[in-house]
Ligand binder design. Sequence first.
Ligand code: ZN
Length: 64
Amino acid sequence: MEERGGPGRYGPVLAKVREELDEVEEAMKRVEDGRYGRCEACGSTISAEELDASPLARRCLACS
Ligand SMILES: [Zn+2]
């Protein structure tokens, strides 16, 4: 039974948005801490190209 237009229809979408928002907040914290753009696994710098492609990347290509 499908709930058309009800909140249930958007629940999964909103959960995904919430998740993305958390990712963004996490990235902002890394900017404040000066950790943004650094791989959290090996500590090496994530390339600008990589950050352009995925600004929320936490790991370099080798570690992701
Ligand atoms: Zn790495």
